[in-house]
Design a protein around this ligand. Sequence first.
Ligand SMILES: Cc1cc2nc3c(=O)[nH]c(=O)nc-3n(C[C@H](O)[C@H](O)[C@H](O)COP(=O)(O)OP(=O)(O)OC[C@H]3O[C@@H](n4cnc5c(N)ncnc54)[C@H](O)[C@@H]3O)c2cc1C
Length: 234
Amino acid sequence: MLLHLVDRLMERQLDAEGAALLAEAITARGIAVRLGAASTGFVGTDKVEGVALQDGTVVPADLVVVAIGVRPNADLARAAGLAVNRGVLVDDGLTTDDDSIFAIGECAEHRGSVYGLVEPAHEQARVLAMRLAGKSAAYEGSLLATNLKVSGVGVFSAGAFEAAEGTETVVLRDRNAGLYRKFVLREGRLAGCVLVGDTQGALFYLGLIRSGQDISAIRADLPFGEHYCTARAA
Ligand SMILES: Cc1cc2nc3c(=O)[nH]c(=O)nc-3n(C[C@H](O)[C@H](O)[C@H](O)COP(=O)(O)OP(=O)(O)OC[C@H]3O[C@@H](n4cnc5c(N)ncnc54)[C@H](O)[C@@H]3O)c2cc1C
């Protein structure tokens, strides 16, 4: 059984509909999904026999895998008197509140985000290297993309994929086929997307988000992938 604290799977990477589809696909593979499950402890004497939940239930188990994220170890920075929240606070120059000390990577907190991935660290390193070499450069945050298979189900998301004021949404859904493709547009540009079930074209969409190019001419073809879009634009 998969126990998840909040009311949808992968809440940081998927919108509600994509998460519901993923939960259905996982359930269809024989893995029960229990959402809103706050665990309070393990039950068992010599070995684990179950996971106790806040509502009083005990889910029987003989093996428990815990995946609850990471937290930066910022003790050294804290002890040195640097400003630390979840991570070591840095500005767009990757400078801490002591302007002779910089922080990048998983220990750094920039504009409220602590990234737990390699790519943002590389981007930060690039900016800091430029600055240390006397060139002007600023880090404005990283565009995060998720591209993976969850229990064999393709899942991709990138950018601002939740509908918000000033956005339009293009969706292709085929619930029975376990397919969901959602595109959020802002001012004629692709702001974010979610793909569940079939992630073909993910890098094409990521490129559109990154470039910020006008996609008005291909918006109706977006769900059908790169070849459709490029053929139409040609
Ligand atoms: C199991 C696992 C799988 C992952 N998979 C992916 C993935 O698929 N894709 C992805 O993008 N990211 C992945 N990550 C995350 C990625 O590894 C980290 O985001 C990345 O390594 C962060 O780089 P970093 O240089 O900031 O920190 P780290 O790689 O953690 O390096 C910090 C270094 O500082 C050293 N250190 C700590 N304290 C001190 C001290 N007081 N003095 C001296 N040295 C010290 C540590 O020993 C360590 O070598 C994964 C992480 C884990 C744990």
